[in-house]
Write a protein that binds this ligand. Sequence first.
Ligand SMILES: Cc1cc2nc3c(=O)[nH]c(=O)nc-3n(C[C@H](O)[C@H](O)[C@H](O)COP(=O)(O)OP(=O)(O)OC[C@H]3O[C@@H](n4cnc5c(N)ncnc54)[C@H](O)[C@@H]3O)c2cc1C
Length: 406
Amino acid sequence: MAGTDAEVIVLGSGPAGAATAAHLARRGRHVLLLEGRDFARPRPADLRSGEVLSPGSQRELAHLGLPAGDWCLSSFATLRHHWPNGRVTDDPLPHGLQYWQIDRGRFDRALFALARDAGADARDGHRARDLLRDGGGAACGVIARAAGEAERAWRAPIVVDASGRHSALLVRLGLKEADPEFRRAAMICFYESVPGCAPGVWEQHFPGRHDAALKGSRMRDGLYRFSLEVDLAFRDRFAARHGLQTPHALLLALLRELAPALHARFAAARPLPYSMAYAPLAYRVRRIAHDGLLLVGDTTGYLDPSTGQGIEFALRSARLAAAAIDGALAAGDYHRARFAPYLAGRRREIRATLAWLRLYLRLTRRRPLLDAFSHLSPARAALIRALVTPREVVGSGARDAAPRRP
Ligand SMILES: Cc1cc2nc3c(=O)[nH]c(=O)nc-3n(C[C@H](O)[C@H](O)[C@H](O)COP(=O)(O)OP(=O)(O)OC[C@H]3O[C@@H](n4cnc5c(N)ncnc54)[C@H](O)[C@@H]3O)c2cc1C
């Protein structure tokens, strides 16, 4: 196209951006993928940002053609709940499904390489700052800067913002708002050892009377990851009262107040020298399709990491967005209405699971309900099934396959 740098510019090469770029490039589209990080210079945050991949993510990755690699650390298939009433239950995942524990930095690098191999013009070290608009207000490109270079404009009829929860465009366009129901903070800590951790088991605790949950597991020998989620206002009051700064100090102090036995266990754990905090976890985004602009992955909103499905939703929305964008390019029509199949696909594939997740989060706020749930093994099995059973992957050129174990 004359006067443009690509047919589509994708901002951010996390799971959403890399997958959107790869899907589009495989459809023969000219895609420019701009990622702010420099993958040749891994940061400490890359190592520490371990996460889990749901069965649905694994299925999406198989469809995308990314086999399990060195980013897969281990897997688990048992959910161990420590209920407020003291009961401990083990629930297996259905149908032999499992979650994978991953090294997030390596995973993102593998996705970036996949997009490049698929034919996308993939450039890391390029941070987008603002959107370009045409006379009618439609997006038509971005302003970005590469390290050591002057800022420049990149033009394309369609821009995809996949730059995640910290998207500069979301803020600039005034699209991000708080989730009225869930205002939580998470403190994530890594340990060299944690007493009493069984391999292949994901632990979930509900300490104290507050809206709090501690979850995590062993990722591999010498690496354990646990996160404590609490009500954001409670955390802020607590941190101010005790003058606590680091997530690890906060996690320990909160556990001392909420659950002394759990505190003793984590006081005996050997922390690694990195930890991180997220707040608020949940946010909403008012509109995700615009003239010439589509939001994908976390830029469409986020609820909670409880079911470990953020990456799954990112990959799903990427596949759906790529199909809608391909259709828009074929029609030469980049108006918002043209992206309707993307919105419909998201309603079909993501909304129901999110509704289950919201229900689960409401349940975890009511300690008496949780205690009752601890006795209802069939109800737990049904909820787990509803949350984690992967949906079919639909889309043209589907290379669906059973996920391969790490
Ligand atoms: C505490 C916590 C725990 C979580 N645990 C899990 C879990 O266990 N399992 C799970 O599936 N999900 C989990 N998630 C959610 C998951 O991390 C996200 O849903 C997922 O990473 C979203 O992918 P994305 O591609 O939309 O965004 P991201 O992964 O955030 O990727 C965005 C990319 O855009 C780049 N970028 C940002 N700004 C710019 C810019 N201006 N220009 C260019 N590039 C830019 C970033 O560098 C990044 O590479 C968790 C989230 C939180 C907060």
